[in-house]
Write a protein that binds this ligand. Structure first.
Ligand code: DLL
Length: 455
């Protein structure tokens, strides 16, 4: 593909590398990682020995499938430092995953790791159209979560001016956005909505802001939510993906030229899609579980880490000119999949249907429960301000409210075969997120003495 010199890239040489060169680089790096793991991490030494793999025996990409997987459980079992490949004194920083399920997973970075992380974040920001000198308002949480500091150092490396807002104090953030004139907003998509709502409440119109670009990730979201955010904030919204275990934000990023799939920075992360049940690798285009192998990390390099995220690889070249393979927008996490009366559904699929209905806002929550051995779903969603402006209060919605509720029930059944109870709420009824939104409340473990999930 011809070089597209109009597209701004942070590291054109690497981002547009020939595929055969990239694959040779990956293989050489993979061998280096295997050597270090064999020498330094007893957990991997044992696993590799059991699998009969040595660094020298890995000769082609197909040999990857012979390597053992790593799961979140392995990190937990070896908590805190058991899987680290360097002495603690060689580390510069520790982070931890959000830990919504059980103990947090701890990750550590050497100076070179922090440098590599800033590099992939700088590439990601540049792919979104961030330029040196841009003011970048960073609403990802600063702290153990990787979002805040990860983006922060990438943005500084690129030469942007960072406003380290972190999460929370939303009205103060709205004022800062207006006063400081940020061109770029980095946040979870749900927090971006929260900010948009607050700006509106404060009477600050999108036209009064200088915002042009939004870089949103850390939780599943849909094209429909993208359209809502873009319309409310009058920006171009792009998807960024990452996870603490593998690095943090900046594992992959959409380019603004195509906005179709996220480029994986493959010189750092070797990506696979596997069948979640059998673990067998799947070809590009097929949906399955994302698996990553670190190629450059020193502190905590992981082999074939099973992310639990559902996506597919896109091997076709991208019109931006980058040769790095793309992954489809993440549909959801395997463990977030709901099974309601035999229908398998991810929260993001419900979101997509809900946002197509006039009169509904993007603020929703799914409450799953179990009654008489059957899982039930209650979709709770706020109506728009416009409806409330007409009705005065939600209770005064009368026939219109009933009709809208019936319409949602009908559409969920018709398009997804989903039987759900629907509760429409007044704006501001649901708790707003300062970071990752809690979309699903699972009451099943509390009811009938059953354990959660079940299926
Ligand atoms: O969420 C890192 C991050 C920060 C990514 C800021 C993007 C922006 P963790 O807290 O370890 O790290 O959570 C990782 O979040 O396995 C996915 O399930 C989910 N996730 C992250 N980005 C996306 C995305 C950060 N763009 C977990 N779309 C991952 C869907 C995402 N899910």
């Amino acid at each position: 593909m011809a070089l597209n010199l109009d597209v701004f890239m942070w590291n054109r040489q690497l981002e547009c590398m020939r595929r055969d060169e990239l694959e040779a680089l990956q293989l050489a790096r993979l061998r280096g990682v295997l050597e270090r793991l064999q020498a330094r991490v007893p957990f991997y030494r044992d696993k590799l020995r059991a699998a009969g793999v040595t660094a020298d025996s890995v000769k082609t990409a197909a040999d990857l499938a012979r390597l053992p997987f790593t799961g979140k459980g392995d990190l937990r079992d070896n908590y805190p430092y058991g899987l680290f490949a360097v002495e603690l004194s060689e580390l510069k920083r520790l982070h931890a995953s959000s830990g919504t399920r059980g103990k947090p997973t701890l990750v550590g970075y050497t100076a070179a790791d922090l440098e590599a992380w800033a590099e992939v974040c700088a590439r990601s920001l540049a792919a979104a159209g961030v330029r040196p000198g841009d003011i970048l308002h960073n609403s990802y949480g600063y702290g153990l979560f990787t979002g805040g500091l990860g983006i922060h150092y990438g943005a500084e490396k690129l030469g942007a001016v960072v406003v380290p807002a972190s999460g929370g104090k939303t009205s103060q953030q709205a004022t800062l956005l207006q006063d400081l004139g940020a061109r770029v907003l980095c946040a979870t998509p749900s927090y971006a909505l929260n900010l948009a709502f607050t700006l509106d409440e404060m009477g600050i119109r999108a036209e009064q802001l200088k915002l042009e670009v939004g870089i949103f990730g850390a939780e599943p979201w849909t094209e429909e939510l993208r359209a809502q955010i873009e319309q409310q904030l009058r920006i171009t919204a792009l998807d960024i993906y990452g996870l603490s275990e593998v690095m943090g934000p900046g594992v992959s990023m959409e380019c603004r030229e195509a906005r179709e799939g996220l480029h994986i920075w493959e010189d750092h992360f070797l990506a696979e899609i596997v069948d979640p049940r059998s673990g067998e690798p799947l070809p590009p285009g097929e949906e399955g579980e994302l698996v990553f192998t670190n190629l450059c990390k020193e502190g905590l390099p992981l082999l074939r880490y099973r992310t639990g995220d559902v996506s597919a690889l896109i091997a076709e070249p991208c019109r931006c000119g980058r040769t790095m393979m793309r992954m489809r927008r993440v549909r959801g996490r395997l463990d977030d999949m709901l099974i309601i009366r035999g229908v398998n559904v991810y929260p993001s699929e419900i979101e997509r249907e809900l946002l197509r209905i006039d009169g509904l806002s993007p603020h929703y929550q799914l409450v799953v429960d179990r009654q008489r051995a059957l899982d039930t779903l209650d979709v709770q969603i706020e109506v728009t301000e416009e409806l409330i402006a007409r009705w005065g209060r939600i209770e005064n919605g009368g026939l219109e409210l009933t009709r809208l509720t019936d319409r949602v029930v009908f559409l969920l059944r018709q398009t997804m075969g989903l039987t759900a109870r629907v509760t429409l709420l007044a704006p501001r009824s649901l708790t707003r997120s300062d970071g990752k939104a809690v979309r699903v409340i699972d009451r099943r473990s509390a009811s009938a003495g059953q354990s959660g999930g079940g299926q």
